[in-house]
Each structure stands twice: as structure tokens, then as C-alpha cells.
Write a protein that binds this ligand. Sequence first.
Ligand code: ZN
Length: 396
Amino acid sequence: MRTVIRASRLVLPGKTGAAQAVVEGDRILGVLDHFDPAPGDRVIDADGMWLCPGFVDIHVHGGGGYSANSGSKGDVLEMALAHARMGTTSILPTTLAAPIPELVNAIDGIRRAAQAADGPSILGAHLEGPCLNPLQSGAQAPGSLAVPTETDLSPLFDAWPEGIRMMGAAPELEGGMALGDEITKKGITASIAHSNATYYEVQEALKHGYCDVTHLYSSCSGLVRVNSYRIPGLIEAGLNLDELTVQVIADGKHLPLELLSLIYRCKGAEKIELITDGLEFSASELKEGTVYRQKNGVETVYEDGVMKLLSRQAFAGSVATLSRCVQNMVRAGVPVDQAVRMASENPARRIGANRKGRIEAGMDADLVLLDADLQPVWVMARGRVIRDSLGQPLSD
Ligand SMILES: [Zn+2]
């Protein structure tokens, strides 16, 4: 049985128009102006809706009450499913800084989940840390941060050699530049994360393979004044240097719409990856004013629709979904097709997920239909219908 989705606004690379997407099995068969369905084919009329590539979240720590750090295959599968119901059909489960043996255990859980997953895709693992700068620790457990020259990271890479797709590190730490060289050589995308680097240190980091900034503005150094002189930091480098892509938490809380607009002006539609940085509490029911304890021991409070540290001095990851992030980018003045690209094609390309992020023949059948308010109403992940609010029968 094939599935034919007739959409008036089908979001393709570089353009949007009326077309029909045809799915067979777990792949996209093609995008056609006209297609005559055979008896038994399922036809979905998506008039007035946006048919988008399934979203790809390359920075997400948990969801549905489950955490990527747990080491449990089942937890990671549940997390993937919770996000898929909201339109994010692929995730790169992201670890928080923790002792090396715990991280090895976490990677093992993600690896086993990735092998078991059907439908939602688990694209590998993203290690956020542990080599992060204590001066920009944010919600990372300070006791688990490490310096590259003092830490043997090889157990992490050996735990899943082909599966670690991204690593966030602070290049200004002792050994941080060499770490960039090492992980880039392994084919891992090196992102500047929780860093206090100056603009000039970031320029040096570019020569050592770093090519991305983890959640721009959050746990990033900015402009400082030293005596009479102004020294720009990671924020300014991220905005100004074309060599860098930037991850943006567009939950509407971490960054006001004005900053989302500024980032878009500087980076354009191709150099932004929307991320949720979602915690284990994302995509689940939360009560305003309630304190939740992260599995790494850090206590957080849910207030004003976002997780904060108890000190209220910093946010502790978001509870947003990528569809909400797309909505916020549109509110900030970005055209819908470009906001969608930031949540699909760009993150997929950043980590080399070649069958993800675009609606084209041969790509995985990861699709999401957004209604006129950009809310996900129908989701397909590798040919499996994960959500159906259109009144269509589920495929299994
Ligand atoms: Zn994070």
C-alpha cells in the first residue's frame, strides 16, 4: 500500500508549492504534480496545510519523562516516541555532563535504542560535555565537568565509534583545541559549548575543526570591557563568522523574538539549527511552580512555561517541541518554509544524516503535516503513522 499526501503547501528545498508526496514502505517514492492512486492506496487530503519534512532535533536530553542519560534502551525509545508525536521524527539523544563510566552507560543505552527503533529515528548520540567551562556551566552538574588534558575520553568514543555524531566542548580549556582536531578526525561534528572563549579564541578554534555553536547566547561568553577595550566573545563570533552554524533554542523563553530576529539577520536561513535542548520533562505534563529533580541531581523549577534553576539565575533546558520553535521563528518574522528548514534540513546536514530533512525521492518517509496555526496534526516516521488527528485510521 502506498500513501499519497495531497498538499497545497509542500515544503521542498528552496520552494513551497502544491504537490503530491507519494510514500511506499519506509521511503518517499517521489514528489509529483499529479499521481493516480491505485485501489488500496491511502490518500490524505491536506488542503490548506503545510507538508514538511519530519523535524530533526540534534540537541535533546529527554522527553516524556525519560532521560537520554539513563542507560536504558527503553527510556530512549520512549523519549523518541514522545517527541515524534509532536512532529520530531528524528532525534540525536544528548548526554549531560556526568562521570565517564556513567556516560559510557548512557551511550550504550542510546546505541541499543537506535538499533531497536522502528518509526522514529535515533540518529546517534550527542555528547554535550564533559569538557565544558565551569564559568559557563549553566545547568550542567559542576562536579562532572572535565579538562581535556586531565581526562581520558577514549572510553566514550570506543563505546560507539560510528554513533557519536556531535560533541560539545569549550575550546579554550587546556587541550580543548587538540580535542577539536581529534573528534573532527573521527567524523564527529565539533560544537563550541558552554564556553567562555573570546572572539579570537573562537577564530583559533575554527582551525581545529570546531564549526558550530551550542545554543547561541545560552552559556556563551559575550562582549566584555577590559579597561578601555571591548573584547567580543562567542556570541559575537557565532553571529559574525560564516564558518559557524548556530544551534538556537527557539522556545520563546530562552531568547526573546527580537534576538531570534537578530540571529536570522546575521546567519540567514542556512546556518541556523533549531533545537529544543529539552529535558526529561519535555513533552510531558508539568505543573507551574513545581520543583523537579533532574536525574543528574540538579533541582529545577517549572515557572512561566520554562525550567529554571532554583536560584532563578539561569534556565535549565526547555520543555518546548520543535514545532513550537518553528512557530516562534515565524512570529519573529521568518517565512514558514525557512523556519521549517531550520528544524529539518539544516540539523540533518550538520550531522551528516543524509536520508533526513528533505522531501525527495529516496529519502526516509518522515513527514509532518502542520495546520494553519503550525500545529502538528499528522506525523509519519519511516512510513509509520505516529500521530493522526485528521480522522484517518492508524497504519498499525
Ligand atoms: Zn543541552
